[in-house]
Design a protein around this ligand. Structure first.
Ligand SMILES: Nc1ncnc2c1ncn2[C@@H]1O[C@H](COP(=O)(O)OP(=O)(O)OP(=O)(O)O)[C@@H](O)[C@H]1O
Ligand SMILES: [Mg+2]
Length: 383
């Protein structure tokens, strides 16, 4: 029995819960909801993990629908569900959630031996790439990198065929904006691999042991969804040479776990680690030596800058009416990103502000002049 008092909690009980209970008693729950009907069909959509937060996507690679159906039915047999509920995997990918997007008959149903379980085949559940997805055709220059990548592509497409000679750990190095991340995305796209894009600093945990666990989980997820590429950006942020490590505090836990994972992945599992850095020289030697292949991303030469200009001008929403020769010269030392963002994008914005129907030399010159001091091309470029 409830004692009346001014206590807030009890008041809430009286105000909200009691009337609700009375209503519920007056209007009994319909019978069909008490006893779920056997489901004829259950359609699921992969929904990801409830807690894991590392920047990554969790595509599900189901190659055999029949097999998935048997697997799903067996593990969720007897479960009572309705549209909008979640089912959690407890076997291959513990805690991975599937959202129930459709059930037949509609309403509350239970999964039986007769239930057809299907996985939604949406574009969204295919491997995703962060941002725009690139293909190799979009990468200008870097012929040597592309040649070397051909082997990685062959491996990811058919991991079994390489045995112990599989390429596993690759280091991309070179100045910012030269296409390292882009190349990793293109590789993933070309080989239909899952791409785990992470920054090395994301691997550092708050407490001792966190980092090691994150790295282990990362490699486990990659194995579960192979073929997969783990792209670790800004490796130098954790993999500094010991002489520099005091600058960044103790990251040896991360480096050591990374080393053991790099060593431990089995050759024929279709997982490739690509790490990227702008500063190859300051990397810890033990870490660097784990990468069997290093690929250099150089700044574009004259011919490549022309190609970059042409390529991105072709994608601009406004026409460019200016000779390109001058800008090929003026962009010496620019990366692909600089050409695209600092020159072309800024010029486009100026043209738009001017309400000009096209981008002229004036807009391009203004964009160059706007660049931070020290990165500007020499004055004599502008007559
Ligand atoms: N070789 C290239 N061909 C075509 N586009 C390029 C090239 N290099 C850079 N770009 C353009 O610049 C953008 C930035 O490149 P990306 O992010 O791959 O550089 P990055 O080498 O990873 O740089 P960072 O070291 O700063 O991470 C790309 O998305 C692309 O639009
Ligand atoms: Mg990058």
């Amino acid at each position: 029995m409830i004692e009346f008092s001014e206590d807030e909690e009890i008041q809430t009980y009286l105000d909200e819960w009691v009337p609700f209970r009375i209503k519920e008693l007056k209007e009994p729950v319909p019978r069909e909801q008490e006893e779920a009907r056997p489901a004829r069909l259950v359609r699921l959509r992969p929904a990801g993990f409830p807690l894991r937060d590392i920047q990554k996507v969790y595509p599900i690679n189901v190659t055999n629908d029949r097999l998935f159906e048997v697997y799903a039915r067996e593990q969720w047999m007897g479960a009572t569900i309705r549209k909008g509920d979640f089912l959690f995997d407890s076997r291959a990918m513990p805690d991975f959630a599937f959202e129930v997007v459709k059930v037949l008959p509609p309403g509350e149903v239970s999964i039986t031996e007769e239930t057809v379980v299907s996985l939604e085949k949406a574009e969204a559940q295919r491997p995703l790439w962060m941002g725009t997805s690139y293909s190799f055709a979009d990468i200008i220059g870097h012929q040597e990198v592309k040649d070397k990548c051909a082997l990685v592509i062959r491996y990811l497409k058919d991991p079994e065929s390489f045995g112990e000679w599989a390429p596993r750990n690759i280091l991309f190095y070179g100045p910012p904006g030269t296409g390292k991340t882009m190349t990793a995305k293109a590789l993933a796209k070309e080989t239909d691999s899952t791409l785990f894009l992470i920054r090395a600093t994301d691997l550092i945990g708050e407490f001792v042991g966190d980092g090691a666990k994150r790295i282990h989980d990362l490699y486990q997820s990659a194995l579960d969804t192979s073929p997969a590429i783990i792209f670790i950006d800004e490796l130098d942020a954790v993999g500094l040479d010991r002489a520099f490590q005091s600058l960044r505090g103790d990251v040896s836990e991360v480096v050591n776990s990374l080393l053991s994972e790099l060593d431990g992945i089995k050759e024929n599992k279709g997982v490739v680690t690509i790490a990227a850095t702008n500063n190859v020289g300051i990397l810890d030697q033990a870490l660097r030596s784990r990468f069997e292949e290093e690929m250099e991303f150089k700044l574009p030469d004259k011919k490549e800058r022309l190609e970059l200009l042409r390529h991105y001008i072709g994608k601009l929403p406004l026409k460019v009416s200016a000779g390109l020769g001058k800008y090929v010269a003026a962009t010496e030392g620019f990366s692909g990103r600089d050409i695209k963002d600092k020159l072309l994008k800024t010029a486009l914005h100026r043209a738009l502000l001017d309400d000009a129907g096209e981008i002229t030399e004036e807009h391009l010159d203004a964009a160059l002049k706007q660049m931070p001091k020290g990165t500007q091309p020499p004055k004599e470029m502008f007559s």
